[in-house]
Every structure is written in structure tokens, then in C-alpha cells.
Design a protein. Structure first.
Length: 431
């Protein structure tokens, strides 16, 4: 992936993350602000409604006004809490919109001298705005109630000053805006970090794909070059018979066969990357299956003067993909034979223990150095620096083996054999 495309993709990730975080924080801020504002005003409205439903309180207010005018007997003790004189006020209105309890209001009367009586929304709590004698704007929540059986008082209005609440809400809004700005900056930083984090697997995948193509091209070029050279040699000797050029033809056919195996392995790896391969599991007796795979290799080892020991435990019926496990065993046995000299030993061990199928393939060959044991499962890895073709491999066998094991939810690892050599340990879970 070139730098310009990578930068563009990362920029797109950054914008998507930033817009997502910004939308979430903005929506969350609006919801919190609305909930706080609503809950504060709901408390005020609840107090207003409580006073409006308290008939004793309303009657007390009417009687208090009449007493101030000298028309009412002594008042009794009020059972309900009186309104807060600083925030809650009671105004008595005549039919023509005149305030009747001016004396009781005292100096607060000047705050209401610009207030007009409204009878449109009786018994309904609403917001009221007026201006005091200093032309300052005052905010109230108010409810107006009609009064019956009274000569002078026609309406009683209950008000609660909401200026302190409005100030609190404004301060909360300022704090919320500051928090949103801070979260916005954090969103930018987090979006930048996530854009880099999201790009990592893409870049790794792209790098692996690039390496795969380069290595595959390298491995394909060698047999194709050999085939081309052999065919060109045949053209230089058009009068030779097939028998005379049998060695050249045999080498070409050998390279064609190797090329066919390589393309099959490459196709398998490509399909495994795209998850287009599925396992075809079936119930199989493991000892019979393993003997079918191992006996030909035992004969081959004996022919090469190598000791081949088969140690199979108790037979069990397991559920696995016979074709893939057969391919796995061939890869591991091929490696054991390739890197084992005549007179050395190969041991294959199989057993079921602790709910897992354990397979060990040990050899007394050249072994693998400790720092390269994990690298051998990488594609196209070869222990020899020169990538020589002496062993006839392309460095993708163990990569395929690892994929087969992991598709069966198993594990594969390499350990040192005693006194020398390598042991491949494969574990499959048994359900």
C-alpha cells in the first residue's frame, strides 16, 4: 500500500471516529442539560401545584388580606408551610386587573407594578416575565386561580421567582460547554490514535500480501526457468530421439510436477486467507487412519536406512477432516525424512489423554535453533539462507500445517529432541 493511499485511508478513519465521538458527546450533553433543566423546573412546578391545591392555604391568604383591611377576625395557625417570602409570592387580583394586596407585598409591589393579569390559561402553570422599577427583567413560574364567593378578590396568582434557577442553569450550561470542549479535544486525540490503530492490521495484511506475491513469484520463477532452459535445449537438437533426450524430458516433467504442487499449496494458502475453505469432518478411528498414512513412510525410511518407530496408543473414534489431517501428517513426515540422515531415528507417537489427541513426531536430525522455532511456521521461511533446493521444499509446508491445526482448534509447537533433533507436538481438543 503506497503512502498516499495509506494516508488517505487513515484520514478517512480519523474523520469517521471524530464525527462519531463528536455526535455522541453532543447528544449526551444535550440530553444531560435537558434533564437537569427539566428536573429543576419540575421541583418549582411541584411546589406551585402543591400550594394551588391547598385550599386552607388559599383561604388563609384571602383572610389575611381582609384582616389587613380590618374586615376579618383573628387568623388561626396555618397547618401547611407558608410560601418563601423571597422566592414565592401571592398576588390577589380584582376583576379589572388591579392588585389588592399591595400592602402585604410591601416593597415587592414595585417588582410587580408592570405585571398584567392574564386569564387565558387559568389553573395552568406557565412562565411569566416582567420588569421591576429598575427595568430589570424578572422570570417567574406562575399559576392563576379563579376565586369564587368573594366580593373584591376575583383571582389569586401564585408566583415563584426563577431567576436564581436560571442563573444556576446558565452556569451549568457554561460548565457543560467547557466539558464538551475538553471532550472534543480528547476526541481529536482519541480519533488520531484509533486511526493509527485501525490501520495497523490493514498495513500488516497488505505487507503479508505483498510478501506472499513476491515470494510466490520467486518460487514460481525457478521451476519455470528450468523448464524453459530444458525446452530450449531440445530445440537446439531437433534430430535427437526421445530416448537420447530422456534425461532432459524427465527433469522438465519433475519441475512441472513440483510446480503443480507449489501452485496447489499457494491456492490453499490464498483460500485460507479468504476463509473460503471449510472442513469436512467425519467420524474416524485414529489408529487405522494413522497406519494408512505412516506405513508407506516407514517403508521409505527403511529404504533410506533410517529407523522409523510407530507408537500408537489406545484406539478411539474421533471427528476430524481426514483429508486435511492426512495432509498435515505428510508435511510433518516429509520434513522429518528430509532433515534426518541415514542411521538416524524417527518416532511417531499418538495417544488420547486429558481430553486431547496428542501427536508427537520426533527425529534425531539436524534440529532447529531456538530463535528460529517460531519463524518456521511463517510462509516461505527456509532455514538455509541461500534458499537452496536441496531438500525440495518451498517453505510453505509448515504454514499450511499450522493452518490445518488451528482450523481444528488445536495447537502445534516445536521442541528440542534428546539428545538431538526436533520434536513436533500437535494437540487437538477431544469433545
Amino acid at each position: 500500500m503506497n503512502k498516499q493511499l495509506s494516508k488517505k485511508q487513515r484520514y478517512n478513519y480519523f474523520l469517521v471516529n471524530l464525527l462519531s465521538f463528536a455526535s455522541i458527546f453532543l447528544l449526551l450533553g444535550l440530553i444531560v442539560f435537558q434533564l437537569v433543566q427539566t428536573s429543576i423546573y419540575q421541583t418549582v412546578d411541584h411546589d406551585l401545584q402543591r400550594l394551588a391545591d391547598d385550599q386552607k392555604f388559599l383561604q388563609h391568604q384571602l383572610m389575611k388580606t381582609e384582616r389587613l383591611q380590618g374586615n376579618s377576625p383573628q387568623l388561626g395557625k396555618l397547618e401547611t408551610p407558608p410560601p418563601n417570602n423571597f422566592q414565592q409570592q401571592v398576588i390577589l387580583w380584582s376583576k379589572d386587573g388591579k392588585i389588592l394586596n399591595e400592602a402585604e407585598l410591601g416593597s415587592r409591589f414595585y417588582d410587580f407594578q408592570n405585571l398584567k393579569l392574564s386569564t387565558e390559561n387559568l389553573r395552568t402553570i406557565s412562565s411569566v416575565q416582567t420588569k421591576d422599577s429598575n427595568n430589570r427583567s424578572l422570570q417567574f413560574r406562575s399559576i392563576t386561580l379563579p376565586v369564587e364567593n368573594q366580593d373584591k378578590v376575583a383571582y389569586i396568582q401564585l408566583l415563584v421567582n426563577t431567576d436564581p434557577i436560571k442563573g444556576t442553569v446558565e452556569r451549568f450550561k457554561q460548565i457543560l460547554i467547557i466539558c464538551m470542549v475538553i471532550f472534543g479535544l480528547l476526541s481529536i486525540a482519541l480519533s488520531y490514535f484509533l486511526s493509527k490503530w485501525f490501520m495497523k492490521p490493514i498495513l500488516i495484511s497488505w505487507k503479508k500480501q505483498q510478501e506472499f506475491v513476491e515470494n510466490a513469484s520467486h518460487e514460481l520463477r525457478t521451476p519455470l526457468t528450468i523448464i524453459q532452459a530444458k525446452l530450449e535445449k531440445l530445440f537446439t537438437k531437433p534430430n535427437h530421439t526421445i530416448l537420447e533426450e530422456s534425461e532432459t524430458i524427465a527433469l522438465s516433467l519433475d519441475e512441472v510436477q513440483r510446480l503443480s504442487h507449489l501452485t496447489s499449496d499457494l491456492l490453499l494458502l490464498a483460500r485460507s486467507d479468504s476463509n473460503s475453505l471449510t472442513l469436512e469432518k467425519e467420524s474416524t478411528k485414529i489408529n487405522g487412519f494413522l497406519n494408512t498414512v505412516l506405513l508407506p513412510y516407514q517403508e521409505l525410511a527403511l529404504a533410506e536406512d533410517k529407523e522409523f518407530i510407530i507408537d500408537l496408543g489406545e484406539d478411539h473414534q474421533l471427528f476430524f477432516d481426514k483429508k486435511r489431517i492426512h495432509q498435515l501428517m505428510i508435511i510433518l513426515l516429509d520434513n522429518a525424512l528430509k532433515y534426518t540422515a541415514p542411521g538416524e531415528k524417527i518416532t511417531v507417537f499418538s495417544s488420547i489423554k486429558n481430553n486431547e489427541w496428542l501427536i508427537k513426531i520426533s527425529d534425531t536430525g539436524i534440529g532447529i535453533v531456538e530463535d528460529k522455532k517460531s519463524a518456521v511456521f511463517e510462509r516461505f521461511y527456509r532455514g538455509e539462507e541461500s534458499r537452496n533446493r536441496k531438500t525440495g521444499g518451498y517453505g510453505i509446508g509448515l504454514a499450511i500445517a499450522k493452518w490445518i491445526v488451528e482450523e481444528h482448534r488445536g495447537k502445534i509447537e516445536l521442541t528440542d529432541n534428546t539428545p538431538k533433533g526436533t520434536t513436533v507436538i500437535v494437540r487437538f481438543p477431544v469433545k
